[in-house]
Design a protein around this ligand. Structure first.
Ligand code: NAI
Ligand code: MG
Length: 353
């Protein structure tokens, strides 16, 4: 029996509404295999936890989570209770950095039955490889003086190691797909880090002669992603650029509620973390209409991560069968609830056994 030990953190908002269904879906998929079982332990780390304990997770939180094979996270954030920079840095970024999850991988593709938000989708299927540990999201900088004399400095940090790692992962991934990589740059405006980024792309690319290489400035690339998404295969991007591109690519699919993501620890020293692209969606919380597909597809990426690609593909096929049948939440043009969509997915999985 292959057991995968999951640390489940529903987090805040719609994360709490979706997670019970997403774990049920994963259990149903594991039953298809016969020899696979998810063991889940639930952790209450969230903004409510913060109000009670004064921190987003306990001091030994990372130690506790490290007992598991992976972290399955819903969403973090309740800006009415806790400022976003406290909740995100206290939990999400704490885990990403503490567990050296140096890459963030986000898949976007045209799903059957979901109207993409663009006029020319062309059956797009792309993956963004985002550097997840440094770049523009750094803690280097500061503020001095106040009033009209105030000065603020925020530095971006790029290391050769992390930059190369992201590029190499993107090229290796492209080998298993359509065979091209686009690098997101802005070397015409950002004159130190981005020319460096371009150089590393060029250098690492020399080890991948068969892969087609493209470079595009982030502004033009963002527009292209909307006008011609099918032209992309793998996109490699810095932390900030990747963050923005993946919200765009999720929206291009039809809703931010369906985008999946993986935070990978590539050296295998710590658990990886799987979380959807969307946040806690405070504007729709409590109505039971959050789209569960982002979380469920994230579970599919987790299955891939643990070498269960066949099950993973079966799961995504069933998700698309369900969306094609018209059973959809309102964000993608349907009138079903989170529970109805999830239960339909579960019942179709069970029909396969
Ligand atoms: P958001 O992703 O929560 O919401 C953006 C829009 O998408 C909203 O209109 C929301 O209703 C919709 N949406 C999101 N998820 C959906 C779903 N599953 N089904 C249907 N519609 C969905 O982003 P926003 O509003 O900027 O942030 C809200 C909170 O979430 C903040 O506290 C923010 O810091 C946090 N956040 C957390 C993230 C994470 O945990 N990884 C990522 C992004 C934001
Ligand atoms: Mg984002």
């Amino acid at each position: 029996m292959k057991q995968i030990k999951l640390a489940v953190i529903p987090g805040d908002g719609v994360g709490v509404e979706i997670m019970p269904y997403a774990t049920k879906v994963l259990d149903a998929v594991a039953d298809l295999h016969g020899g696979l079982k998810f063991e889940h332990e639930w952790y209450p780390y969230s903004c409510e936890y913060y109000l009670e304990h004064g921190e987003m997770m306990p001091r030994d939180g990372l130690d506790q989570l490290s007992q598991h094979d992976a972290v399955f996270l819903g969403a973090v954030g309740n800006p009415k209770l806790v400022a976003d920079h406290i909740s995100l840095w206290g939990l999400l970024i704490n885990i990403r950095r503490g567990f050296k999850q140096t890459l963030n991988i986000r898949h976007a593709k045209q799903l059957r039955g979901i109207q993409p938000m663009v006029t020319n989708p062309g059956g797009f299927d792309l993956i963004v490889v985002r550097e997840n540990s440094e770049g523009e999201y750094s803690e280097v900088g500061g503020r001095i003086h106040s009033g009209e004399d105030e000065v603020v400095v925020q530095n971006a940090v790029f290391t050769r190691k992390a930059t190369e790692r992201a590029m190499r992962y993107a090229f290796d991934l492209a080998k298993t797909r359509k065979g091209h990589v686009t690098s997101a740059t802005k070397s015409n405006g950002i004159v130190f880090s981005m020319p460096f980024w371009d150089e590393v792309f060029e250098q690492v690319g020399q080890d991948y002669q068969d892969i087609e290489k493209r470079t595009a400035h982030i502004d033009a690339l963002s527009a292209f992603l909307v006008s011609k998404p099918a032209e992309f295969d793998v996109i490699v991007a810095s932390n900030l650029f990747g963050d923005i591109l993946t919200d765009i690519s999720a929206a291009v699919m039809g809703s931010i509620g369906i985008g999946p993501a993986a935070n990978l620890n590539v050296d295998g020293t710590h658990p990886s973390m799987f979380e959807p692209v969307h946040g806690s969606a405070p504007d729709i919380v409590g109505r039971g209409i959050a789209n569960p597909i982002g979380q469920i597809w994230t579970g599919k990426m987790m299955l891939d991560h643990f070498g269960e690609s066949e099950l993973a593909d079966q799961l995504l096929t069933i998700v698309e069968d369900v969306t094609e049948s018209g059973m959809k939440t309102p964000d993608v043009g349907g009138n079903a609830t989170t529970g109805e969509v999830s239960e339909e997915i579960i019942s179709r999985i069970k029909q396969l056994t």
